[in-house]
Design a protein around this ligand. Structure first.
Ligand code: KG4
Ligand code: ZN
Length: 343
């Protein structure tokens, strides 16, 4: 079959993104408008502001994706869009826009799971993938570990019981007055590593594949205000801040790697893959490289542009459905992120 063109839209959180990707997995365009500057002063994403900004931007972002790809709307063979999980107002903007386009073009509409799209983003940059793959999605909204058997089958091994890894980074950066998003700042301040780390508690979970980061965040809070939380927030010197950041990061990365090593010991695997904003973390990348070389596994780390929220990964996952003729109904509803009660 000659290559077909998939137009994909992603609006699950605070990036308005559109991409045109061929069924041969060539990315013709991948445009993303980031709302970071709108949410920065609140220390996190404000859902209503996010949906309103998607409404304002989506038309121009889709047009830019088509223009950059040098294709006309009529050339598109299918329209794909994230429908789960995310902020419901944000999802609805992309979903309604994508359905409208599909109807007007009389082309198939394909709803895509954002997490699975992240998980498979390595397919856009690596060929001859060696399965089974143990894959992570580590972002501001999600921390999940999967066992990926082949091109189509994936099994969820574990997920976070409270905060996502990136969310914990953002919250800790906020506590330390370092701004939003916190992950990149913590990453930068953690280099070079201090001579000695502050020892954080080791986190155990009933399911050894699950994660829990909120205790690490609380540990930072205790360090700043004392165990009884009665003290004034301590003013740290730059050096103390760096040491605390590096130690917290070491604890987060340590937990991510522990679960991976457990999965490697329990399941047969040929490769490891990682995606999501936290995949950009320097220390995580270092530790993953060490681990994969120790166990002789391939490591797939897509470039930063494909690790963070983007529509090309949505198109990539939609290709699996398109090639099998599996389309979504036009009454497909948006499914929001379920939050743990203590998150
Ligand atoms: O995937 P992403 O762009 O958006 C979603 O959350 O879906 O991920 C954003 C998250 C933020 O929490 C941000 O602090 C974190 O990724 N992040 C990092 C780094 N760069 C981004 N965390 C640690 N180290 C980094 N270098
Ligand atoms: Zn995401």
């Amino acid at each position: 079959m000659p290559d077909r063109l998939i137009l994909a839209i992603e609006t699950s959180c605070d990036e308005t993104s559109a991409a045109v990707v061929t069924t041969g997995r060539k990315i013709l365009s991948n445009v993303a408008y980031s709302q970071d500057s709108i949410h920065a002063k609140y220390g996190g994403v404000v859902p209503e502001l996010a949906s309103r900004e998607h409404i304002v931007r989506i038309d121009e972002v889709v047009k830019e994706a088509l223009n950059t790809a040098r294709v006309a709307l009529n050339d598109i063979d299918a329209v794909a869009c994230t429908y789960v999980p995310g902020l419901v107002g944000s999802l609805l903007v992309g979903l309604s826009f994508a359905k409208g386009l599909a109807v007007s073009l009389d082309k198939p509409f394909i709803g895509v799971d954002h997490i699975k799209a992240h998980l498979r983003s390595y397919e856009l940059e690596y060929s001859d993938i060696r399965y089974p793959v143990i894959g992570y999605v580590v972002s501001g909204g999600h921390t999940l570990l999967y066992y990926i058997e082949d091109d189509y089958r994936e099994e969820l091994l574990g997920t976070t019981l409270d905060d996502a890894a990136g969310e914990a980074m953002d919250k800790v950066a906020n506590l330390l007055g370092l701004g939003y998003p916190g992950g990149p700042v913590i990453d930068r301040l953690s280099r070079p590593a201090p001579e000695r780390f502050i020892k954080f508690p080791r986190v155990k979970t009933r399911n050894p594949y699950d994660f829990s980061f909120s205790g690490l965040k609380t540990y930072v809070l205790y360090t700043l205000r004392g165990q009884d939380m009665r003290g004034e927030k301590k003013d740290l010197t730059d050096e103390e801040t760096r040491k605390l950041c590096a130690s917290f990061q070491e604890a987060v990365v340590g937990q991510l790697v522990d679960r991976l090593v457990f999965a490697i010991s329990e399941r047969r695997a040929a490769s490891v893959a990682v995606a999501g904003g936290v995949a950009a973390n320097t220390r995580l990348r270092e530790r993953l490289k060490e681990t994969c070389s120790k166990y002789r596994l391939n490591l797939y780390v897509p470039s930063a542009r494909l690790c963070t929220d983007n529509a090309a990964m949505i198109a990539n996952y939609a290709i699996k459905s398109y090639e099998r003729g599996v389309y979504s109904p036009l009454d497909l509803d948006a499914i929001p992120t379920k939050k743990a009660s203590n998150a």
